[in-house]
Design a protein around this ligand. Sequence first.
Ligand code: NG6
Ligand code: CA
Length: 500
Amino acid sequence: MKYLIGLHLLIGAFLASAEDQRPNIVLLYADDLGFGDLGAYGANAIPTPNMDRLAKEGLRFTNGHAPSATCTPSRYAMLTGEYAWRKKGTGILPGDAAMIIEAGRTTMASVLQTNGYQTCVVGKWHLGLGVGNTDWNKPLSKTPLDIGFTHSFIMAATGDRVPCVYMRDREVVGLDPKDPIEVSYQNPFPGLPTGSANPELLKMHPSHGHDQAIVNGISRIGYMKGGTAALWKDEDMADTFTGEAVKFIDSQKDKPFFLYFALHDPHVPRVPHPRFVGKTKLGPRGDVIVQADWCVGEILNALDRLGLTEKTLVILSSDNGPVVDDGYKDDAVKLLGDHKPAGVLRGGKYSKFEGGTRVPFITRWPGKIKPGVSAALVSQVDFPHSFAGLIGKKFDAVTAPDSLDLHRALLGEDVVGREYLIEHAGGLAIRTAQWKYIEQSNGQRKTKETNTELGNDTVGQLYDLLADPGEKNNVVKEHPEVVTKMKQELKKIIGKNPPQ
Ligand code: NG6
Ligand code: CA
């Protein structure tokens, strides 16, 4: 009996220590940050000491991918483990869209929540809220709280879309009930100024689109009325989100936690706090990357201060590649100089070329991850299964057909990662460690507005990424056997769970 009790205690202690091994997870997710935008990936026009610190102390991936070349589909895939192109209605959403992830669905957050983690999202959401026809003056029926988050402090969509307010859990923060919010993506509110009618009221002018409601001297996509006390000030957004993120870490320091910090920068409108203005010679786009780097630094400092650095897996990445002019006259094109936001890669946000989805991707967990560089092919769509794998669980939802348990790759123990990866920007491309095949398409080659090479061509394109990382030489004719294999695999992957 004595021995049995002894054994029991021993097993108990072992289990407790196994539990203690479970790391906190902090996912720092920038918006439109390019493969070449930080020092660790070769930039020298933008100082990013905190992101570079992560790379130095952790593992810097050279083949880390966002699932799509724009925000909503990337985030949909990252949260659910299902590629967005399988499901209708997962393109860039307006700010009044219904939530596109079903309540109760297993996500990268819920798998941690059901295993005892406190889970928090702070920042950009852009996956819809409520069920449609949202009344912003009432608690919302569908929010991050319904898909695995215990805490939520978000903006509904993007910085350039109404409603320009923060939401905590189910409610708008700081709303005066006597000044209710109305939102419309169809019609302007009579009597209210707009960017197109009243350019004299603007402190930043649109270059394309973005000429509707004016909030804080900046015109946006969509119309809104009321909610004056709740409106955000773009200059303070990075401070506000970072403050919330640090507050969450402080409050959870003794329990395992997951923080999904979805930074707004460097998405448009690019409006740095005055203390970051002029920190680069690149104008607002460079300055808000410095601001994003500061946000990262504040999180790393909080982990250091609380003694959590060794207990925390930090992941830094971006939801899609970079764009220079994304709709505001912020001098980003004029002041770009030699800076290459996508580094050696071709294309950027919206593109099927590598610049669309290959993004900064860094993991750090001191003592567990050996610092270095990894060429493993990994995607954010793998987070759901990998987070489960990391805590010794299975992500057993059948709703995540595209997610793999690559936690060993994230920790640097597996240097290969995926065999195949799908890239998505309107149409699809498929790649392996060496090859990239882009399906033929009749889409336009380049967008006039953003000047992005979209990767469309009326013939299929095959690139040898090892020899030609910039996707300059289409070798589709030279390697018919590779093309056949890639097409077959693409068909197989699509067929696994055909698009709706
Ligand atoms: C585009 C916007 C762009 C940006 C993008 C979404 C116009 C002309 N362009 O439609 O500015 O908001 O949508 O970006 O409106 S994302 O990173 O959220 O996907
Ligand atoms: Ca984005």
